[in-house]
Design a protein around this ligand. Structure first.
Ligand SMILES: NC(=O)C[C@H](N)C(=O)O
Length: 332
């Protein structure tokens, strides 16, 4: 079938490939057991909308995703998209870290062809499993001409989200993936993708990041803010050699009186400090709750702590200048 788009499905595991003891088992199932060919065979409708090929890249639950997995996956995506016989890629993935993998790829994929991440909140054996319809919809998006140049996307629950702004918002329901205030990109309905909005932030071919020759990423960790916070975790991470720390602060990234000196000391030792917020929405104001100019800190803008970690790792492959890193946080 010549006119259909050629879509490669890269399978990495997750609940979409999970199996439970009974059809009502929606918790306590085993993730990452079903192979890519079986996932494809479960949706015979795919053959009407695309020439689909499957490839098993990993078979893991996404909570076990690592930087090394990302580098392997990113290189494979770039190699496939460089081929003339590949029009788009769908990546089946666990939902726990899907937004992180999506944002990583959004920054390192060097192609305008669509890349769509998809998963499921219910295992493949469950009543009303969401995996098959989600997979069908993801292939629709990956094969859509309207999806070209829009960066890496997440297709879940009939909705299309940008990798930069989407987040998992519910531990277990199928409507877990949301872009909240910044807005979703569009919908999938009746085998068609409908787009309404895109992020204005640069991605894919327009970024300055290149993973072609990377085998590891700089160590960047997150410290979580809370009342009664102390510097035990921060100090341990810095002592363990963290090149960057994301401070997932309360509110607008406020610094607790007894934590601030630890952050200042870490910065003096060379660790890059990025202030982010645990709140989940809104701009982290530079020079707001802390004088970033004076402290030589970076503000995360609207990125969540887990996405700020990814941007900082990639930033550190290019520069150690906080001014340059801050520019990147306002660019991507
Ligand atoms: N719904 C899921 O996919 C959750 C699973 N723990 C995973 O991320 O692999």
């Amino acid at each position: 079938q010549q006119k259909l788009p050629n879509i490669t499905i890269l399978a990495t595991g997750g609940t979409i490939a999970g199996t439970g003891a009974t059809s009502t088992t929606t918790v306590g199932y085993t993730a990452a057991t079903v192979g890519v060919q079986q996932l494809i065979q479960a949706v015979p409708e795919l053959s009407k909308i695309a020439n689909v090929k499957g490839e098993q890249v990993f078979q893991i639950a996404s909570e076990s995703m690592t930087n090394e997995h990302w580098l392997t996956l990113g290189k494979r995506v770039n190699a496939l998209l460089a081929q003339n016989d590949v029009d788009g890629i769908v990546i089946t993935h666990g939902t726990d870290t899907m937004e992180e993998t999506a944002y990583f790829l959004n920054l390192v994929v060097k192609s305008r062809k669509p890349v769509v991440l998809v998963g499921a909140m219910r295992p493949s054996t469950a009543l009303s499993a969401d995996g098959p319809i989600n997979l069908y919809n993801a292939v629709v998006v990956a094969g859509s001409r309207d999806a070209i140049g829009k960066g890496v996307m997440v297709a879940m629950n009939d909705q299309i989200h940008s990798a930069r702004d989407v987040t998992k918002t519910n531990t277990s329901t199928p409507d877990s993936f949301r872009t909240a205030e910044l807005g979703l990109m569009g919908y999938i309905q009746g085998g068609k993708a409908f787009f309404y909005r895109t992020s204005t932030r640069k991605h894919t071919v327009d970024t300055e990041f290149d993973i072609a020759n990377l085998t590891a990423l700089p160590q960047v960790d997150i410290v979580y803010g809370y009342a009664n916070m102390n510097t035990v975790a921060l100090d341990a991470l810095v002592a363990a050699g963290a090149k960057g720390i994301i401070h997932a602060g309360v509110g607008d990234g406020s610094l607790a009186a007894r934590v601030k000196p630890g952050l200042i000391a870490a910065r003096k030792k060379g660790t890059i400090i990025v202030r982010a917020s645990r709140v989940g929405q809104g701009i982290l104001a530079r020079n707001g709750e802390a004088n970033d100019d004076e402290l030589d800190f970076v503000a995360a803008d609207t990125l969540s702590p887990q996405k700020a970690r990814i941007l900082l790792m990639l930033a550190l492959t290019r520069t150690n200048s906080t001014a340059d890193i801050q520019r990147m946080f306002y660019t991507y």
